[in-house]
Design a protein around this ligand. Sequence first.
Ligand SMILES: NC(=O)CC[C@H](N)C(=O)O
Length: 367
Amino acid sequence: MKKAFLILEDGTVFEGKSIGVDKEIISEIVFNTSMTGYLEVLTDPSYAGQAVTMTYPLIGNYGICYKDMESKKGWPDGFIVRELARVPSNFRSEDTVQHFLEKNDIPGISGIDTRALTKILREKGTMNGMITTNENYNLDEIIPKLKEYTVTGVVKKVSCDKIEKYVPGDIGSESVAADKDVAVIDVGTKKNIIRCLLNRGCNVTVYPCDFDADEVIASKPDGIMITNGPGDPAECVDIIAQVKKLADSNIPVFAICLGHQLMALAHNAKTYKMKYGHRGANHPVKNLETGKVYISSQNHGYVVDADGIDASVAKPWFVNVNDGTIEGLEYIGKPVKTVQFHPEANAGPKDSEMLFDEFMKMIGGNK
Ligand SMILES: NC(=O)CC[C@H](N)C(=O)O
């Protein structure tokens, strides 16, 4: 296998082997601590504009099961692993990670100490980096390029380009009778958000990120769901203006991750970039009403600033038990609830999937 190099903005260089396609990329380097679920990570649109390091040392051992994809393709700019299993062993497996990366035009590097890399990212914070197979790389040229690189325009890249409709039974959901209509605002949705709604008897209409709120409201959905998605939430100025209209429509809204951040920004709160984010399948979040702690799946680099939330507008619903950051908000006087973590899991624990049931109760109340 060809040599590959991961070069970080601070000048650190890791030497490993090239995996996936042989292509040079510059990207934001982030890490995910999940022990399983690499295909869900690779197909989560929220990773667009980032290269993901898996801290679990063996990746690819149970192969690729296409049904487990969370969207139509792989999104990260690059994939960084300690060891890539050459021969998957799993009765469901249809492919290898190497072939998946090739098919999705994703370059990567294996054979590096991903735990050492993670320690650097935890100490210094998320950094930009380059993956290259060029052995004659020149740090003096590369480091300034890495420093000036920023991720923009990624929501548009991952969102659907026209309205899509789903009914129960679609995308592997249960064929239950549908008695509700939910509008999903796709700012980078994972399939399981749609599936969780279908399983609960919702017909789902998915709108692209350049949706018109008046059109969504005029279609009289019972509820509105705003999804996860990539990039800096504060960049989505046009979407935030539309989200404000949805929030004021009196139609129940439930929002996840990027959706949660956009809703907060629509109410004059602020978001900021965390030092190294939360990406993994074991983040504890506490419901402030019940005191109950749930283990959640997470993937975010930005967070809503707790200090900027006006108590007359919203109150904290969940907090992160590790660092105290806001993990959910309930809006005052509006049927709007939002969470920073992923109740749809995939990959990760399903402990908080009952939040979709709570959303169904909010919708029922609207009828
Ligand atoms: N999964 C998400 O929706 C991520 C939201 C946002 N892009 C962040 O990194 O914070």
